[in-house]
Write a protein that binds this ligand. Structure first.
Ligand code: GAP
Length: 511
């Protein structure tokens, strides 16, 4: 088995080799941090999106889904705070001309010290039986010293950001003697704030054109439609509005494949509640969303909550669901208690009353909001990294298998005529014709059956249905299951119900 760095590289090359993900505009050497989904990637992405939509919208009578535009009135982004506060602190190295996020340079520096601590902990854990890590961290002189340094840097950096003291952010980088990874020098420019929104022009005549933005989150499309949906949908609080769609951010440090991209897709839901009940709903959605992730059947230890201590300007509570990616635990989904910040701000900027009339209380109020926000591409990466397995079989052969939950797999089954003659292809084609309206099926008659199994394993097809000479006699076929590689013989008539009970999204939703 490859180490985690190699494993991640293998996952990236597997994604390309089998048509899941390609670099955007590859023939022109690609566009940084922008990716295209290939023939299999598009299917997997659709399936993940559909599973989210069904779980959130179809399964909740009080949640409806919309599809708002990417372009929105520019005042939207003033009201949301993105024009003033959606910034990253940037610094350039004058020698390499490379641009960095100042906070990332400092975080990377801290991560190196954390790495040293972890090494000390690992060493000690090997040496002592009944090793008490907390005690070790609190008493070992070297670890205590490292930790003290981390705390000092964090406090100084946090204060500098809070005061918007960019000169001190630069001074921290200088004091820590951080060098540019390319030039190796400390020849830094001043730190500047850089807005992450992409701006473009609406209108064809340049003098009259106005600046608008590509949305950096889908959430605002929901807030500006709050009144429309509440009135036309006769919604009663608590209720939710969901949507999926593209978002755009001019990320400076865009790395780790599709983890952080400049164009990506979000799946968001804003849940409108009575003021004062928001913490109860926040806990509810934390639990519900964690259950959704765990419904995929991956080990529970791969997920954890990370509660935010430093809150965004709009939140009174927030956490991430983190996933253990090949490069460590990182944010997969955010759950935020956004208070009444957004609706109130849109009220102020639009002059429209964005309130709910509570018939039970006989009063109007601006609802509070709990948001669940997950990146579809990040979910795709979590799925791929968890599903990707390199295995050595008992017979010494090796295989790569994508253990994608069957309801989400791009192809649900492959139909394989054992030989490409004797009427077997014709029978296989008939079976496909019966199944293909309900299930994505692949037909494959080339190469040995073993090679064909390997190809399907590599793209995550959960079932291989083989048509052999016995099939012609008794109308049975074999079904080979991807993960266990076990085979069973079934009647052709039962294939459709077999596929339905094993690959329907219902099986994940535990219905
Ligand atoms: N409306 C709230 C919001 O947008 P966020 O934490 O900035 O919150 C939510 O983003 C989710 O969107 C993240 O948890 C992540 O899954 C995804 N996401 C954010 N930026 C991304 C990027 N540059 N590339 C891919 N996914 C991203």
């Amino acid at each position: 088995m490859a180490n985690t760095e190699d494993l991640f590289k293998n996952i990236i090359s597997h994604s390309k080799e089998y048509g899941f993900i390609f670099q955007s505009s590859e023939i022109y050497d690609g566009l940084s941090a922008v990716y295209d989904y290939g023939q299999l990637g598009a299917l997997l992405k659709n399936n993940i999106r559909e599973y989210w939509w069904k779980s959130m919208v179809q399964m909740h009578e009080n949640i409806v889904g919309i599809d708002a535009s990417i372009f929105m009135h520019p005042t939207t982004w003033k009201a949301s705070g993105h024009v003033d506060a959606f910034n990253d602190p940037l610094i350039d190295n004058k020698d390499s001309k490379k641009r960095y996020r100042a906070d990332v340079l400092i975080e990377d520096y801290i991560a190196k010290i954390e790495g040293k601590i972890n090494k000390e902990v690992e060493k000690a854990a090997k040496r002592f039986e009944n090793f008490d890590e907390t005690m070790f961290r609190g008493t070992n002189a070297r670890v205590v010293e490292y930790q003290k340094k981390i705390d000092e840097i964090n406090t100084r950096f946090k204060t500098a950001l809070e005061k918007n003291d960019l000169a001190d952010v630069k001074q921290i980088i200088i004091d820590l003697e951080i060098v540019c990874p390319i030039s190796g020098t400390r020849n830094w420019t001043d730190v500047r704030q850089f807005n992450l929104m992409f701006a473009t022009q609406l209108g064809s005549v340049s003098e009259e054109a106005s600046t608008i933005y590509l949305r950096p989150e889908t959430a605002q499309g929901i807030f500006v439609n709050f009144l429309n949906v509440y009135k036309t949908g006769r919604m009663k609080i608590p209720f939710g509005i969901a949507q999926t769609g593209k978002a755009f951010r001019n990320e400076i440090v865009a790395r780790q494949f599709i983890f952080r991209m400049r164009e990506f897709e979000q799946m968001e839901m804003q849940f409108f509640v009575k003021p004062g009940t928001e913490m109860q709903w926040y806990d509810h959605w934390k639990e519900t969303r964690m259950k959704w992730h765990q419904s995929l059947g991956f080990p529970q230890t791969q997920y954890r909550f990370h509660d935010h201590i430093k809150l965004a300007h709009y939140a009174n509570a927030a956490c991430d669901i983190e996933f253990n990616f090949p490069f460590g635990f990182k944010e997969l989904e955010g759950i935020h208690s956004r208070t009444d910040f957004d609706l109130k701000s849109h009220e102020q900027h639009s002059g429209k009353k964005l309130q709910y009339f509570d018939t039970e209380e006989n009063q109007s109020y601006v609802p509070y909001v709990i948001e669940t926000s997950i990146g579809l591409d990040r979910m795709f990466l979590a799925m791929l990294s968890q599903a990707y397995t390199e295995e050595k079989l008992e017979n010494g052969e090796e295989r790569v298998v994508l253990r994608i939950p069957p309801p989400l797999a791009p192809y649900k089954c492959a139909i394989l005529p054992h030989l490409n003659k004797d009427g077997l292809p014709e029978m296989a084609r008939k079976i496909i014709d019966n199944l293909k309206f309900d299930f994505y099926c692949q037909y494959d008659a080339k190469d040995s059956i073993g090679k064909r199994y390997r190809r399907q394993d590599a793209i995550g097809t959960p079932y291989c249905i083989t048509v052999d000479h016995q099939s012609l006699q008794d109308n049975t076929v074999t079904i080979r299951e991807r993960d266990s590689m076990k085979q069973q013989r079934v009647f052709v008539e039962s294939l459709s119900s077999f596929m339905d009970s094993n690959t329907n999204l219902k099986t994940l939703l535990k219905l």
